[in-house]
Design a protein around this ligand. Structure first.
Ligand SMILES: [Zn+2]
Length: 231
């Protein structure tokens, strides 16, 4: 496949880890010098599981997340995703593990595919990395079949159109699965994953994410359980 770009990414990731050893570092959460993650920011990554529902054709699916994507958790996740700071994954793993604990055993965890360009740039796949540190049984049953444009800045309807029919399930027949992603925003990508896995014969019981973008209604966060709007 694309071994050369993947290798380039792996080398880049290794270099950035090596550089982190000799370059001055600062806390990914608050910029305090000389630490990768300070005590206060470690504490801010303590899991606080929250649930949303993906409303779909066969009833609602729970999406459990370990953290709110804001403040320290958002900064740490961005540092892992954009700055190559892979050692942070171990500090995010408890949040994902706490979300996964809601589903118990007897399921396999299916990571959302990382786009080819993101993998080439980073040299690692973020959902897989955190899932491995959380010791979740992972099965790669989703493939990207169509390039998807950047989701940032798009509303829910546009995101859904953007990702429609972009994924395909493979070797998924009869498997009980939970989808894994790093952050859920509108749920449009997760819905596409649910569609693809169901079409491939999987029984999708829900999804887990390390963090969830706080949902705001008229600028305020609703007090009740946040719901995704209906399909
Ligand atoms: Zn800090």
């Amino acid at each position: 496949m694309d071994a050369a770009p993947a290798l380039a990414g792996v080398i880049r990731a290794a270099l950035s880890e090596a550089l982190a050893l000799i370059m001055p570092i600062c806390c990914a959460g608050c910029d305090e010098p000389d630490t990768g993650l300070c005590e206060a920011c470690r504490a801010a990554l303590a899991p606080r599981t929250q649930r949303r529902l993906l409303r779909g054709v066969d009833g609602d699916l729970p999406v459990w997340s370990g953290l709110a994507f804001e403040g320290v958790p958002a900064r740490v996740i961005r540092a892992l995703k954009e700055d190559g700071r892979t050692p942070l994954a171990v500090h995010l793993a408890p949040a994902l593990a706490a979300a996964a604990a809601r589903f118990g055993s007897g399921v396999v965890y299916v990571p959302m595919p990382t786009s080819r360009s993101s993998y080439r740039r980073r040299g690692y796949r973020v959902p897989e990395l955190i899932a491995a540190k959380a010791r979740l049984p992972v099965a790669t049953l989703l493939r990207t079949v169509r390039h998807v444009g950047d989701q940032r800045g798009l509303g829910r309807g546009d995101r859904r159109r953007n990702v429609a029919l972009s994924l395909r399930g493979v070797r998924a027949e009869g498997r009980r699965v939970v989808i894994v992603d790093d952050v859920v925003t509108t749920g449009a990508s997760l819905e596409e994953a649910v569609r693809a896995l169901r079409e491939a014969g999987a029984h999708v019981v829900g999804a887990v994410t390390t963090a969830a973008t706080p949902r705001r209604v008229n600028g305020r966060r609703p007090a009740d359980d946040a719901f995704e709007t209906h399909r």
